[in-house]
Design a protein around this ligand. Structure first.
Ligand code: NDP
Ligand code: AKG
Ligand code: MG
Length: 741
């Protein structure tokens, strides 16, 4: 470790496929960077680790776990931060419950998740679990704005080796359905706080009988912050969903709901629950009272609901009714048609940023219950960002699928710092308890916003800090200057929040003499512009808010390079540190299943490789460590060779997988270090390593392949057994000896 108290580089311990990959890759990374005197430590931010850290009083001394997320949350506010952040599970309630059950089975005395807390103790437990639920990690760590793009090598590789793309036909019946009225988009009111209004904001609910309830108090907000308040009407949502179900049936397409129940962890599970209710309306009309008694909660999805129903006295009768209703409804888009897992089974199974690009890449198709592909009605209730997907559907219907061999690229600069915009809104989101008025009241008593609401409406407040916006514009200017690509702010001047943001960025751009360089377009027009640019083979930069950052950094990579796993994803932390996220996609749960069933892990660590290279270069600059910079550049050379040689993981058992790709990354990294002339010591050290790795390559390949095809035991899913994982993920004793020796 260097002189500073902070660790040199932190590699996060997360969940599922990326965590399994780390068991193989991290020892290699540690060995290599030790040659530059760099130490890589880990911090556990997995869902299991966070549960254990939350209930220390119930664990033995050996079981206790430190609160690594809190510690990292502090570190990212310092200039010393250098964090390689792998994707982690943002747990839905069913996932949280499964993790709790597994930990209990392993002898940890963590409490059950109280679905309907009544006592003070249960309310306390529930409140603690709610801090773990959903997207609870990224907002804490993202103390900076986002710079995501496909590395040039990845883009070049994709052009030469195009991934499969479904064909689009002009008469595809696929479409996007969205509310457009009485939703978050149309009810939004926004203000930018004056000095007098800054301080502690309050949210009041005044019922029609005049009773005032404080929904939230003491929300600290500084001058220049943009405060947005809005709501989605439950009645309007239910009408919309009923209509969408009818339309889907009339169109003869598949019904699919796309939302983000993980990052929007308060609002979207409620909306998801309404969709389950709408789809099974006749069943709810008949059994609602009994469901309430039995604890059926549609917000956790159809899967959890069917489990509870199976245990009810009338279980068989209700199940028969459900089957009958479903037979009469339009067929559902399936998450897994073999296993009967529908779109409405688990709220975290269909996450819009990944699910919509999958439909678009497949030529507008989804899987139906019959296991056949079909056109689908993509139901995206709120209309803030649905136009992006609607426009993309129309563009591909008119122009055919994107030609991967010639397409340019859309890079993204995303406003993300300080829990910006909707993704920071869950502590101030409420399911309205009674008809009335909700007001946001400033520190000086000014009423900032006021909305008349009805019982069951979903009201939320979001905020965006001025310093985050200024930093975001600076980052955009810097990328535009570096690349010269046409750069567009995706902002809609007819929307409350965006209008305030435009007022804020305009003088900044003017002051820097950049007003004419940047365009501002509403999301639908900006989508069309971006698609036109890349169709011509040119490149552009999308400068977006937080939600579109999330959506676009899956959408364009999945279309352009087949996956968002291969993205370079840098978070320039506002206080000077760096965080390097691996890719833009998630933790790919189906990859873990495949590993457990047939000992093949098709997770592609290219995102990790890119993050390692960036982290090392950043370390080199921050600490004047020239060896680190050399190692970073050599890692980039290794990535280019790995892609060129086709050493990325295959999808099927028997093909080289994640582990084999790590061997090749090590080999090519060592070769690149041996070949460089900037640092003779590193060249000598790694000439030996490269020689040893290439000399043993055949033995290592054979050892790696042993046991493929057979089931493996990881000792758990959420809280795996380190020794068992190491045995599976590091099967080559020859490689291990070279790395550990
Ligand atoms: N930064 C973070 O921490 C993020 C976390 N998540 C979390 O991940 C979980 C799953 O989310 P989901 O939306 O299903 O997204 P995933 O990215 O896990 O899955 C979508 C699909 O993307 C492809 N994919 C993603 N990464 C890789 C990779 N490295 N190698 C190969 N293929 C890859 C696979 O598709 P294919 O079949 O086409 O190969 C995969 O099935 C959730 O818990 C979610 O909250 C999600 C996004 C970001
Ligand atoms: O935090 C999460 O739940 C997912 C993050 C994500 O999808 C993204 O940043 O692209
Ligand atoms: Mg995403």
């Amino acid at each position: 470790m260097s002189q500073d108290a902070a660790p040199d580089i932190i590699y996060t311990v997360t969940d599922e496929a990326p965590q399994l990959a780390a068991a193989s890759l991290l020892p290699i990374v540690r060995k290599f960077v030790s040659a530059a005197g760099i130490d890589v430590s880990t911090r556990d931010i997995s869902v299991a680790g966070r549960i254990l850290a939350t209930f220390p009083e119930r664990l033995t001394a050996e079981q206790a776990q430190s609160d690594d997320l809190a510690a990292l949350g502090q570190l990212v506010k310092t200039a010393q931060a250098n964090v390689i952040k792998l994707p982690n599970i943002s747990a839905s309630v069913p996932q949280l419950q499964a993790a709790i059950k597994e930990l209990q089975g392993q002898g940890y005395d963590v409490p059950d998740y109280p679905e309907a807390p009544s006592t003070d103790e249960e309310k306390d437990i529930r409140a603690r679990y709610d801090t773990i639920k959903g997207s609870a990690v990224n907002p804490v760590l993202r103390e900076g704005n986002s710079d995501r793009r496909a590395p040039a090598a990845v883009k070049a590789y994709a052009k030469d080796n195009p991934h499969s793309m479904g064909a689009w036909s002009a008469d595809s019946k696929t479409k996007v359905s969205t509310m457009g009225a009485n939703d978050f988009r149309s009810n939004e009111k926004s203000v930018t706080l004056t000095a007098a209004q800054a301080g502690a904001l309050k949210i009041d609910h005044t019922a029609v009988d005049g009773a005032v309830t404080v929904l939230k108090d003491g929300i600290d907000m500084s001058e220049g912050a943009i405060v947005d308040a809005t709501y989605m009407s439950r009645a309007a949502l239910m009408d919309f969903l009923a209509q969408a179900i009818e339309d889907t049936k009339a169109d003869g397409t598949l019904f699919s709901l796309h939302m983000k129940a993980t990052m929007m962890k308060v609002s979207d599970p409620i909306i998801f629950g309404h969709a389950v209710r709408a789809y099974l309306k006749p069943v709810f009309d008949k059994y609602d009272a009994e469901f309430k008694v039995a604890g059926v909660n549609p917000n956790s999805g159809l899967g959890a609901m069917l489990d509870v129903i199976a245990g009810m006295e009338k279980g068989a009768e209700i199940q028969a009714e459900i089957d009958a209703v479903m037979a009469d409804r339009p067929p559902m888009y399936m998450v897994n048609s073999d296993k009967g897992i529908t779109n409405l089974h688990v709220p975290s199974d269909v996450i819009i940023d990944a699910s919509m690009p999958a439909v678009l890449r497949a030529g507008g198709k989804g899987w139906g219950p019959d296991g056949k592909e079909g056109d689908t009605n993509c139901v995206i209730p709120d209309s803030s960002y649905a136009p992006v997907y609607a426009e993309t559907v129309e563009f591909f219907k008119a122009n055919g699928a994107l030609d991967v061999t010639t397409a340019g690229t859309v890079q993204n600069i995303g406003l993300m710092a300080k829990k910006a915009e909707e993704y920071g809104s869950h502590p101030t989101t409420f399911e309205i308890p009674a008809d009335g008025t909700v007001k946001v009241i400033a520190a000086n008593g000014d009423v900032l916003t006021s909305h008349d609401v009805e019982t069951g409406d979903i009201w939320r407040m979001a905020s965006t800090r001025n310093e985050a916006v200024v930093n975001w514009v600076d980052l955009a200017i810097s990328r535009e200057t570096t690349t010269g690509y046409p750069s567009v702010f995706w902002l809609d001047d007819t929307r409350g929040h965006d209008a305030e943001l435009i007022k804020m960025i305009t003088p900044i751009l003017e002051a820097k003499g950049k007003s004419d360089t940047f365009q501002i377009m509403a999301p639908a027009a900006a989508t069309r512009h971006a698609l036109e640019v890349i169709t011509k083979g040119d490149n552009c930069i999308a400068i977006t808010g937080n939600v579109l950052r999330d959506y676009l950094t899956d959408l364009f990579p999945i279309l352009e390079v087949g996956t968002s796993a291969k993205m370079l994803s840098v978070v320039k932390l506002m206080n000077g540190g760096g965080m390097f996220e691996t890719g833009a996609g998630g933790s790919a749960p189906k990859h873990v299943q495949q590993l457990m069933e047939e000992n093949h892990l098709r997770w592609d660590s290219l995102g990790e490789f890119c993050a390692i290279a960036e982290s090392l270069r950043f370390f080199g600059e921050a600490h004047g460590n020239a060896k680190a910079a050399v190692m970073g550049d050599a890692a980039d050379a290794a990535i280019i060779k790995l892609l060129g040689e086709g050493k990325s993981p295959g999808r099927k058992v028997g093909q080289p997988d994640n582990r084999d790709s790590h061997f090749f990354f090590a080999l090519y990294w060592a070769e690149a270090l041996a070949a460089q002339t900037d640092d003779a010591d590193l060249a000598a050290t790694f000439a030996d390593m490269a020689g040893a790795l290439s000399g043993q390559a055949d033995t290592i390949a054979t050892e790696m392949m042993a046991g493929r095809g057979a089931a493996v035991d990881l000792g758990g899913y959420y809280n795996t057994d380190d020794a068992k994982v190491a045995a599976v993920m590091r099967p080559s004793l020859t490689l291990n000896a070279l790395i550990d020796g």
